[in-house]
Design a protein around this ligand. Structure first.
Ligand code: CA
Length: 234
């Protein structure tokens, strides 16, 4: 696969091991040993994906991701040795695309990287279907593109997929379970992830996220996209 990956990892040996496995797969990579040098690499080269360690000297991985997401929707796979769901929820909330626990088998990581790259690329290859308009927004379902008054709004892949699911099924209430299954495609998972994503999407979409106009909470049932706001392109 022709791709370039930025490995942000302060344990150089581990970074080099990942680099070795990626190169066996024909994937080119650079290693940044801190978040700060990660931004340096990003300013000089183009990358298709980032693998991000969380425990880093100086700026940590979460802070890096938060800064990155202000300007880029580059796919990010978080590699973390930390235990605990809060880390995963925080990472996904900040817009990570995948989460891999350390220690990991390099082959497994490479497979995940390939899967994310394939997903991103097949999304780009899909013919653009009709845009959906609501309020001052325009959403391109297959193009993974959301604009407000013609300005691009950066969403992570999963944020977009949650929003798209709700918009395409506007007027229908969905439980967090329904949304999780529709977007993550698994029967079992951390359902609290859905609420984190809804919050994030609201922050990007709503004028007042605490008093949403588009994605409404139906107490005890879940979420609904307000049908009244939607109109199809004619
Ligand atoms: Ca580390």
């Amino acid at each position: 696969m022709n791709a370039k990956v930025l490995i942000i990892e302060d344990e150089l040996e581990l970074g080099e091991l990942v680099q070795l496995y990626l190169s066996k797969d024909g994937i080119d990579s650079d290693i940044a040993v801190s978040a700060e040098s990660g931004f340096d690499f990003l300013s000089k080269n183009g990358y298709d994906l980032i693998t991000l360690d969380i425990n880093l000297p100086g700026m940590d991985g979460f802070e890096f991701l938060q800064k990155l997401r202000q300007k880029s929707d580059l796919p990010v796979i978080i590699l973390s040795a930390r235990e605990g769901d809060e880390d995963i929820v925080l990472g996904l909330g900040l817009g990570a695309d995948e989460f891999v626990n350390k220690p990991f088998a390099p082959k497994v990581l490479v497979a995940r990287i390939r899967a994310v790259l394939r997903r991103v690329r097949s999304d780009m290859d899909k013919p653009f279907s009709k845009n959906i308009f609501f309020g001052s927004f325009s959403l391109s379902p297959e193009g993974y593109h959301l604009e407000k008054n013609g300005e691009r709004i950066i969403l992570s892949t999963k944020e977009f997929e949650v929003l798209r699911f709700l918009v395409q099924n506007s007027g229908i209430p969905f439980s967090p379970d329904d949304i999780y299954q529709a977007v993550w495609g698994q029967e079992f998972g951390d359902i609290s992830t859905v609420a984190v994503y809804i919050q994030r999407i609201r922050r990007k979409l709503e004028n007042d996220p605490s008093n949403p106009e588009y994605i409404l909470t139906i107490h005890g049932r879940g979420y609904i996209f307000d049908e009244g706001k939607i109109k199809d392109e004619s």
